[in-house]
Design a protein around this ligand. Structure first.
Ligand code: HEC
Ligand code: HEC
Length: 254
């Protein structure tokens, strides 16, 4: 665990406890996460019950704008486990392909930890980003990056900076705040729209609902435009968030 994650954990202890309570971490004692088994499920699925995650999320777990799927690589171990539980319990609905709820229902807690740990094994700097030119050519509304940068970095008179929770360029501040920088454009727009209209409501503290309700369509397009192209690290900002925080009682099997 990095120093930064330790800090984030210390500061977010109370929120963390809340977020984890529904997430199957309640039992004491050491549990494991096995990235090798996660890779197997990711690439091959499980029998005829669970399709390979790679078919929709991509071989490198970078997501796909044509399908509206998100990047899963390095977005946060704890966050991924939480989302899979939320899908399984229908606290969050897959509003795009209507598959994730059934998929998660066929995953055990162990499968979820294994998958989340595998998704942390990808290299941090993957050059693949949303092709905004192509999206625009296909009729998707694309925003203005410089306005998105202002919103992400400084916020507006209505909302606080995305950076204040999701960290610099949306790189993530796990265990609570997922990486939203270098996430797929279509997915970002969809989620912000869903938080705003209440069709996604699985944030235990309702932080995102409150923020999204104050965002205009332009704000959403601008933020997503900037975030989708945001670098995972830059020379000017050396912080590299690996988003690999796991709870103390989880052992990653190497
Ligand atoms: C048929 C396509 C499909 C398959 C197969 C699939 N997913 Fe998904 N997944 C999606 C879509 C679409 C979304 C976005 C849902 C939405 O927009 O509401 C998603 C969302 C997610 C999320 C939420 C990520 C976030 O940033 O909040 C996780 C986690 C996830 N999938 C994990 C998996 C895992 C693990 C597997 C394999 C066991 C898998 N998915 C297989 C289509 C798929
Ligand atoms: C007060 C803290 C806070 C601020 C500020 C904040 N967020 Fe979030 N955001 C969260 C939390 C917490 C989650 C995870 C919710 C969950 O557990 O499902 C989240 C999730 C998200 C997601 C879903 C990511 C995914 O992979 O599905 C997006 C997109 C997002 N935020 C965008 C933004 C944008 C854009 C801004 C700035 C306009 C912003 N957030 C500001 C707390 C915040």
């Amino acid at each position: 665990m990095s120093k930064l994650s330790n800090l984030a954990l210390a500061g977010l202890g109370a929120v963390a406890m809340l977020a984890f309570s529904g997430a199957g971490f309640a039992d004491q004692g050491v549990v494991t996460a096995n990235p090798a088994n996660g890779k197997k499920i990711f690439e091959n699925g499980i029998g005829d019950k669970v399709p390979a995650c790679a078919t929709c999320h991509g071989d490198k777990a970078m997501g796909n704008d044509d399908m509206g799927t998100p990047r899963l690589a390095n977005i946060g171990f704890v966050y991924i486990v939480k989302q899979l539980h939320n899908f399984k319990e229908d606290k969050r609905k897959d509003m795009t392909m209507f598959q994730m709820n059934d998929i998660a229902k066929n995953l055990t807690d162990q499968d979820m930890r294994d998958l989340a740990s595998y998704e942390d094994t990808f290299p941090l700097d993957n050059p693949e980003v949303s092709d905004l030119k192509q999206l625009k050519a296909n009729g998707t509304v694309v925003g203005e990056s410089y306005k998105g940068k202002i919103l992400v970095t400084y916020g507006s008179d209505k909302v606080s900076a995305c950076k204040s929770c999701h960290s610099y360029d949306g790189r993530g501040a796990d265990p609570i705040f997922p990486k939203i920088g270098h996430q797929k454009y279509v997915y970002l727009v969809n989620q912000l729209t869903h938080w705003r209209d209440g069709t996604r409501a699985n944030d235990p503290k309702k932080m995102m609902e409150k923020i999204a309700q104050k965002l205009s369509d332009d704000d959403i397009h601008n933020a997503a435009t900037y975030l989708s192209q945001a670098a995972d690290s830059t020379a000017g900002d050396g912080y590299q968030f690996n988003n690999e925080t796991v709870l103390d009682n989880i052992k990653i099997v190497k």
